[in-house]
Ligand binder design. Structure first.
Ligand code: ASP
Length: 284
């Protein structure tokens, strides 16, 4: 029996998180960890836990996913999310979907299907038919940022977990970069941004184009599958990313319960929970 562990992140960024901002993020992350962890303690599947964690992150307008998502340059919010069951090696996701309350629930609903990654209006139609709740992700803050033509590099959310049976899973959800070209596709609904196998689970955040160029999540999981320690694989990736001046980070968890979080950006907000309690990074 494995020790259940859950890691969540609220995005990599260029703004330091301290003082009041730290307090606000910590509160949110702790609330989410405490709400989701009992699922793993009860023996639930890691896939259920990461999906629920990302749903709660999407519901909190503090993050750039679901409610609070950034707005693309044509005034539309298009969200993307992906879910990967490491045990079954099964991936599902939605790309640039509008008006769906929780894109990660849409990814979850797609898991059972043959066509497991859907985009745009097709994805929305599927969500409606599946009876998923619709909802506007617009917030005052996102609108203000849009009016200022603010583009960002941050705020995506993600989760990785291992359950009692040692099964790994990863989930990631994003509102994109903000003020980007309409229909730009981020890394989050790809295997670069979200991947898991029987050895490792990874969720990435940062500049999507660069995450794709480094195939971040798939690369780390393949390394783990080939027997490379995830700490060693992560250090290697970090060095190459730094050399290229790339801006991204990731959280990773291997089947032995080893946790890694690394970023080339100034901050990566993340938190973990296991039987020993909660840890929050950056620390106060
Ligand atoms: N990776 C996301 C994107 O490029 C942004 C982020 O992680 O915050 O759309």
């Amino acid at each position: 029996m494995a020790r259940p562990i859950l890691l969540i992140h609220g995005g990599a960024g260029s703004r330091a998180v301290h003082g009041e901002r730290h307090e606000v993020f910590s509160k949110s992350l702790i609330r989410i960890l405490e709400e989701v962890y009992p699922l793993l303690e009860r023996g639930e599947n890691a896939v259920k836990a990461v999906t629920y964690a990302v749903e709660l992150l999407e519901n909190d307008p503090l993050y750039n996913a679901g409610k609070g998502s950034k707005i693309q340059s044509d005034g539309h919010i298009r969200m993307s999310a992906a879910l990967m069951d490491g045990e079954k090696r099964r991936f599902s996701g939605c790309v640039n979907v509008e008006g769906v309350k929780n894109p990660i629930r849409l990814a979850e609903a797609l898991m059972k299907h043959e066509d497991r990654v859907l985009a745009g209006p097709g994805a929305k139609r599927f969500a409606r038919q599946a009876g998923l709740p619709m909802g506007s992700p617009f917030t005052r803050q996102a609108t203000l940022n849009f009016e200022k033509k603010k583009t960002g590099k941050t705020g995506t959310v993600g989760a990785v977990a291992i359950d009692r049976k040692g099964r790994l899973a990863a989930a990631t959800s994003t509102g994109g970069r903000g003020f980007e070209h309409p229909h730009r596709v981020s890394d989050s609904p790809t295997v670069a941004g979200n991947f898991a196998n029987r050895h490792c689970a990874v969720s990435a955040t940062g500049v999507g184009e660069q995450i794709v160029e480094f195939a971040v999540a798939a690369h780390l999981c393949s390394m783990a599958e080939a027997g490379v320690d995830i700490g060693v694989a992560s250090s290697g990736l970090y060095k190459s990313a730094k050399r290229k001046n790339a801006h991204f980070g990731w959280i990773a968890l291997n089947r032995k319960g080893r946790m890694i979080a690394k970023t080339t950006t100034e901050t990566l907000i993340w938190a973990s929970i296991d039987e020993d309690g909660i840890q929050i990074f950056p620390e106060r």
